[in-house]
Design a protein around this ligand. Structure first.
Ligand code: 8X3
Length: 249
């Protein structure tokens, strides 16, 4: 498909990190990009820079998603990227409200936005839903109970969608990144504690970057329409498995 006819790609959580990098990359690939997130100032700056359209979106709000869907119009690619981890407490000390927030953004957020845009994706005749899950959607780790439970939910939604949409012109691709060093992911997880956040990547030679994951998204959505990439699990070379991380210090 030529760059002129790639259509419209919606990217949620586009105000930073993987979402922002994905929006930049899809714009370069010739998509008309709609950047969506809560932080309007960042969206406006980004959209001006890459020639995208900015639409405010809170994936945890039914009203916001409904208004967003009205404003977006036609689209053929939806990148469900908005998500996040809050806390790293063991189950015995779980903050139930944090778990609820994680479920809301990582699972229900995907459901809300997908449900709202699905008719447009089907109408496009070449729809594609990309779901940003995580290695945390395939394995668990100590302290990660709330996040891994939520991301397993994200994976379940992606896999269910693929079954339910069989026969419809909509592909579903799940991307499961491991260690990606973005400015905000770990900082948010640790409530702004920069030292704790930096500790996650300490001694790890070249964690993935947001651009590495944007590259995966771009590759999935630019395959011929009959090629459905179900799942990409992507880790840095230093991360052989969730717990098996080579550190130089
Ligand atoms: C991020 C991967 O290892 O922090 O989704 O759970 S991890």
């Amino acid at each position: 498909m030529s760059a002129m006819t790639r259509g419209t790609a919606v990217v949620t959580g586009a105000s930073s990190g993987i979402g922002e990098a994905t929006a930049r990359r899809l714009a370069q690939e010739g998509f008309q990009v709609v950047v969506a997130a809560r932080r309007r100032d960042r969206l406006d700056k980004l959209s001006e820079e890459i020639g995208a359209r900015a639409v405010t979106l809170d994936v945890t709000s039914d009203e916001s998603v409904a208004a967003f869907a009205q404003e977006v119009g036609a689209c053929n690619v939806l990148v469900n990227n908005a998500g996040g981890a809050f806390g790293l407490d063991p189950v015995a000390e779980a903050d139930v409200e944090e778990w609820r927030r994680m479920f809301d953004v990582n699972v229900l957020g995907v459901v809300r936005v997908t449900k709202a845009l699905l008719p447009r994706l089907v109408e496009s005749g070449q729809g594609h839903i990309v779901v940003m899950s995580s290695t945390a959607g395939r394995i668990v780790y100590e302290g990660g109970g709330g996040y891994t439970a939520a991301k397993h939910g994200t994976t379940a939604v992606a896999e269910t969608l693929r079954l339910e949409l069989n026969g419809q012109p909509v592909r579903v691709s799940e991307i499961a990144p491991g260690m990606v060093a973005t400015p905000e992911f770990s900082l948010v997880r640790f409530g702004g504690d920069a030292e704790k956040a930096a500790g996650i990547y300490r001694g790890v030679d070249q964690p993935l970057t947001a651009e590495d994951i944007a590259d995966c998204v771009a590759w999935c959505v630019t395959r011929p329409p009959h090629v459905d990439i179900d799942l990409l699990v992507v880790k840095p070379l230093a991360q052989a498995a969730q717990h098996k991380v080579h550190r130089t210090s």
